[in-house]
Ligand binder design. Sequence first.
Ligand SMILES: [Zn+2]
Length: 113
Amino acid sequence: MPVTRSHTKHIPERTCIVCRQKRPKWELVRIVRTPQGALEIDNRGKKAGRGAYLCRTVDCLESGLRHKRLEYALKVEIGPEQRAGLLEYCKTLLAGGNSVERRSELHIEGACG
Ligand SMILES: [Zn+2]
């Protein structure tokens, strides 16, 4: 079943916790606090737990992590190692596979209704 963007009536929008811009969900990165208290980047938008959305830009991801916005949004403390790990992951995410990621997100959106 093909998913056509032009016929989408409802686009789920989320607000970036750093710049407060509203964007379609798939244009944002979701970071989730798992029930175990770990932070994970949720590429599929399916993980359970409290989540925060950030733009897929270095600016928003970095300031979200550096200025404790993420900690505030998720009500969790991020240690220096965890912070470095997340930053590293974010940069990898931004460096490649963005368009591929986007396509799969779109597909999931269509499938879930
Ligand atoms: Zn942003």
